[in-house]
Write a protein that binds this ligand. Structure first.
Ligand code: SF4
Length: 335
């Protein structure tokens, strides 16, 4: 691979993103965690808010978890932020608040996998450790003409080894960012801009007209569709919310919801939990797509609430915005 050409392309064409150019490992860590499953442009405002509210590891370690989740509301995959806080606590306790500097120490922290360690080691510390994410897998499988199934770890490992060899010959900080940026801007999933790609001279996929066949990914199972009845429980001054305990969206607040297409059956379940109410109006059907399931939600406004339940918390209406709520429920229009 012509590393010089790749690095020079990056230095001339990189996007001016607010988390770029950071060498503070704490900031690199935050941005890399946010960039998992999320586009760079979406990450920017979240990154800004996050480092403003939690400028140090200590601030993150001692943060109120609800406030932390509120800061990242809308970005998805909230468990990663709970794990970040656990890691920050460990850094405070075992490393006296100093961000670990070795691969071995970083990989032990919760929520930090091989990719994130590679990114922190190379971007923050300029050390040659491969950081292989989806973008880099796409670039390398096309460049090398590797038709292995990239859902399989053993296939990804081969690319990781190649990436490691390359970064050892490169400026690690620039190389890692250049590969990720090349995947995001040039070697895109659809219609890559091969004519202006710095790797095109020796790219297998480009030279052999195989771009649409690489990377090869075996088919995933179809997402499961789940039907919910969602109740916006409202009395004169309050709403009722539930704090999720499930691993999906754990710790986020939601409207009471029941896995059923029948609102009558759902009203029965609500009543079993100790709350009674009258349905006032149908607020519409909403859909939210997660990576492995689809929620189809029929939302109803329920008034004349009576009864008590430990399943739900009563919050003042004007405080609704303060509670972290996943987009799936935030999108339900209640007025
Ligand atoms: S030449 Fe095209 S397919 Fe090959 S690495 Fe560049 S953008 Fe990707």
């Amino acid at each position: 691979m012509n590393i010089e050409k790749l690095e020079s392309w990056f230095l001339n064409h990189k996007r001016d993103l607010n988390f770029r150019g950071q060498t503070n490992p704490y900031f690199v860590w935050i941005s890399e965690i946010m960039l998992q499953q999320t586009q760079a442009e979406t990450v920017e405002p979240y990154f800004e808010k996050f480092i403003h509210k939690y400028p140090t590891i200590e601030d993150l370690a001692t943060a109120n978890l609800d406030e932390l989740k509120k800061i990242v509301e809308g970005i998805g995959y909230y468990r990663r932020f709970k794990l970040m806080q656990e890691a920050a606590m460990i850094i405070m306790q075992d490393y006296q608040g100093q961000f670990p500097t070795t691969y071995e120490d970083l990989i032990k922290l919760p929520g930090i996998g091989k990719y994130t360690v590679g990114a922190i080691m190379s971007i923050a510390y300029n050390k040659p450790y491969s950081a292989l994410d989806g973008n880099v897998i796409r670039v390398l499988s096309r460049y090398l003409g590797d038709f292995g199934d990239m859902r399989k770890d053993k296939e990804k490992k081969k690319l990781d080894q190649y990436n490691q060899q390359m970064i050892e010959k490169a400026n690690p900080r620039i190389y890692t960012e250049a590969m990720i940026e090349l995947g995001a801007l040039i070697c895109r999933p659809k219609q890559p801009k091969c004519e202006i790609c710095p790797l095109n001279a020796h790219c297998y996929a480009y030279q052999n007209d195989q771009i649409d066949n690489l990377p090869f990914l075996s088919k995933l199972k179809k997402q499961k569709e789940i039907h919910y009845t969602v109740f916006i429980l409202e009395d004169e001054k309050n709403y009722y919310l539930r704090k999720r305990q499930e691993s999906l969206l754990e710790g986020m607040y939601e409207w009471p919801q029941f896995e059923s297409e029948s609102y009558l059956a759902s009203l029965d379940q609500l009543s079993e939990s100790g709350i009674e109410g009258d349905i006032l109006s149908f607020l519409g059907q909403y859909k939210h797509i997660f990576s492995h399931q689809i929620w189809v939600m029929d939302a109803y406004l329920v008034k004349k609430i009576h009864g008590e339940s430990t399943h739900y918390i009563k919050i003042k209406k004007e405080h609704l915005e303060k509670y972290p709520m996943a987009v799936a429920h935030r999108k339900i229009k209640i007025a």
